[in-house]
Design a protein around this ligand. Structure first.
Ligand code: SF4
Length: 205
């Protein structure tokens, strides 16, 4: 039976924000973390409206921009929430859209490894938001330990190579400092990560 996934939002015609070329962002419901400054709490709130789509139905929704995707080396970026929770669905989607579309995922990697492995077979670029490599900071900020994320990152580098990973490393107001971020940067470089996106979380209290 075809996989179904809970889609809560689409955003078409994005440029350079989350992937090469013109992209459509597809947001899924569900996230294993509870970040203190989460900008998308609707992605895990129970009463959020969602459509349970098959990969074919999603393809029908987004294919209107295929010409833009092909011409600009763009495609679909999966976000959320945590898109890798739906790795089997994304794999089915890849089989339907073909290799010509560029598929990206914005992920925390805080998911079981089998999902990461499956995603490695169908995602071109992973934008990994690792929060902080310090377990104490990570747990205070997300409510969970970072061991799973760190292990998955190491394995993902082995599976797809560092060139398919962009590491988003935030400065998190009230949770980490420039010094903490520098420490994370050093640890991640040692693991082989080469491309970083450094930024500061905007907080909404
Ligand atoms: S991982 Fe993203 S969606 Fe999930 S709680 Fe954190 S900021 Fe929100």
């Amino acid at each position: 039976m075809a996989e179904r996934a809970p889609v809560i939002a689409f955003d078409r015609h994005r440029m350079t924000t989350d992937g090469e070329g013109v992209t459509t962002l597809v947001c899924f419901h569900g996230c294993p973390l509870r970040c203190k400054w989460c900008l998308n709490p609707f992605s895990f709130e129970e009463n959020t409206r969602r459509q349970m789509l098959t990969a074919t139905e999603l393809y029908e929704e987004v294919k209107i921009d295929e010409l833009y995707f092909i011409a600009t080396n763009g495609g679909v970026t999966f976000g959320g929430g945590e898109p890798l929770l739906y790795a089997p669905f994304i794999k089915e989607f890849r089989a339907i859209c073909g290799e010509g579309w560029h598929l990206c995922a914005e992920t925390s990697l805080a998911v079981p490894y089998d999902k990461v492995q499956l995603a490695s077979e169908c995602i071109d670029i992973f934008y990994v938001d690792c929060k902080d490599t310090n377990p104490r900071i990570y747990e205070a900020y997300t409510g969970k330990g970072n061991e799973l994320m760190m292990q998955n990152l190491e394995k993902l580098i082995g599976l797809v190579g560092a060139e398919r990973i962009v590491l988003r490393l935030p400065l998190i107001p009230e949770y980490n400092t420039e010094e903490d971020r520098k420490n994370s940067l050093e640890i991640l470089k040692t693991m082989g990560v080469a491309e970083f996106d450094l930024f500061t979380y905007k907080i909404k209290k």
